[in-house]
Design a protein around this ligand. Structure first.
Ligand code: ARG
Length: 469
């Protein structure tokens, strides 16, 4: 066995060692050490594949598997072992550790394979687990939306467009709107796991593998449902990471919208919700303050998640086909975004679950008679008046009420009939908030029956999604 002048994975053709600063600059172990458990799983599958291909003996595989177990155990109990290592990346770290354990047998495992496929395989395994983590947290959040919707069923609120009072709706309808958005995110997360679920091993550096390894067997051993179809594409492709980042960017964007609603609703002007102490903070100066920091931070941290998506798009733009070292930049932002989105989901679930609604304030705002103006026009439409004319007439009624400084239902029938003889007594009686809400009884509408049906449907959909592996 020829002597090796250093323990690098690629030293043979070099005369001089790398520049010290450049060496640190190109090192990725500080962050790709997170792939260690995945790399070990891939190494195990590869050792067995090499045995089936006649490259490693049964004895060598037994030794290799035992050494890999030892490495995994030590890495878990001794984080300083990783922190102090001079390894270039996770692939180098494990090879060095294997050689320390086994001597030259440790150098055999890299037969027929490349770090380019290893890093893609590790990353796909990581994303599959990442999806599973985020998925559980997201399901918990949707359940919390549903619980709040169920416990507040019947409570009206002033629905708004352009931040102006529009029509009365049920608070539960508003909560379900958020739950629906999050359930679409759930579907997108699951499709990111499907993208990641293909095994690149056997792709080599770019061209494939010249040893008779069984790619399907390796994929099966690693829990992948399929193999990647083209070796060159397999080392170039990071679409699965984009899909994951897109899915969590959707979650973050929807969280920021929920957060914005709650920041407003907790303000003195709205006072629709009472902020839970557990998810609020105070002021160092103003003793009375209770600030919605949980929601503000959720809104603020969304920037990091979408930034990670744009960062990866920017790295990928214009790269030539095949592995390029630029691709090493695909991991750090994604890891950080993953850690952040899970915390965000847990905090949002806690803050939402513990929020209390102020029935008096919600009812007072929903009781503004201007909110049922559309229903008053609908009343006239049912009496045979064309909608545009009815709209105009109700507009005139509202203007008259505004001029008199009274809510429009306080105008007398005589005053109303001066505006139009088509107005009758029923016009003043029909549009209560309850009628206005319960008349929206189409599927997907805000009537209590429709909302009950929507809750049941979403619960069913969630139960089905939860059953999927
Ligand atoms: N550390 C690299 C990455 O994260 C993987 C190693 C591939 N390096 C190489 N020189 N081909 O992408």
């Amino acid at each position: 066995m020829a002597e090796r002048k250093d323990d690098r994975l690629w030293g043979g053709r070099f005369e001089r060692a790398p520049n010290e600063l450049f060496d640190a600059f190109q090192n990725s172990f500080a962050f790709d050490c997170r792939f260690l458990p995945y790399e070990i799983a891939v190494d195990r599958a590869w050792a067995q594949a090499l045995q089936r291909a006649g490259i490693l003996t049964e004895g060598e595989v037994t030794q290799t598997l035992a050494a890999l177990d030892k490495i995994a155990q030590r890495a878990e109990r001794d984080p300083m072992w990783l922190a102090d290592s001079a390894a270039e990346d996770v692939h180098h770290f494990i090879e060095k550790a294997l050689v320390e354990e086994l001597g030259p047998v440790g150098w055999k495992l890299h037969t027929g394979r490349s770090r380019n496929e290893l890093v893609a395989t590790d990353f796909r395994l990581f994303i599959k687990d990442a999806v599973a983590d985020s998925r559980d947290s997201l399901i918990a959040l949707i359940h919390t939306c549903l619980e709040q919707a169920k416990s507040n069923l019947g409570l009206p609120m002033a629905g708004m467009t352009h931040m102006q009072h529009a029509q009365p709706i049920l608070l539960s309808h508003f909560l379900l709107a958020h739950a629906e958005a999050f359930s679409r995110d759930l579907a997108r997360l699951q499709s990111a796991a499907v993208s990641a679920d293909a095994c690149p091993m056997g792709s080599g550096a770019l061209a494939g593998c010249s040893f008779a390894i069984d790619r399907n067997a390796i994929a099966r051993d690693l829990g992948f449902s399929r193999i990647t179809p083209n070796s060159l594409d397999a080392v170039s492709d990071r679409d699965f990471a984009l899909d994951y980042l897109f899915a969590i960017s959707g979650i973050a964007t929807h969280l920021s919208r929920l957060a914005e609603d709650f920041v407003l609703f907790a303000s003195q002007e709205f006072s629709y919700v009472i902020l839970p102490d557990e998810y609020s903070t105070g002021s160092s100066l103003m003793p009375q303050k209770k600030n919605p920091d949980s929601w503000e931070l959720l809104r603020g941290k969304t920037g990091r998640i979408t930034a990670a998506l744009f960062s990866l798009f920017t790295t990928l733009k214009g790269l030539p086909t095949s592995y390029q070292r630029d691709l090493q930049e695909d991991k750090e932002a994604l890891f950080a975004a993953h850690d952040q989105i899970n915390q965000m989901l847990i905090v949002a679930t806690g803050a939402l679950g513990k929020s209390k609604c102020r029935e008096d304030r919600l009812r007072a705002a929903a009781g503004n008679p201007a909110l049922v103006a559309t229903d008053a026009a609908d009343y006239l439409v049912r009496r045979g008046i064309p909608f545009r004319q009815a709209h105009d007439l109700v507009g005139k009624v509202l203007r008259e009420a505004e001029q008199q400084g009274v809510p429009w239902p306080q105008l007398s029938l005589q005053e109303l009939q001066k505006l139009s003889p088509q107005i009758d007594k029923g016009f003043l009686e029909s549009p209560s908030i309850e009628n206005a809400i319960n008349s929206k009884n189409v599927p997907g509408g805000t009537a209590e029956n429709s909302v009950r049906a929507a809750i049941a449907q979403l619960e069913q959909k969630l139960a089905q999604l939860e059953k999927q592996p």
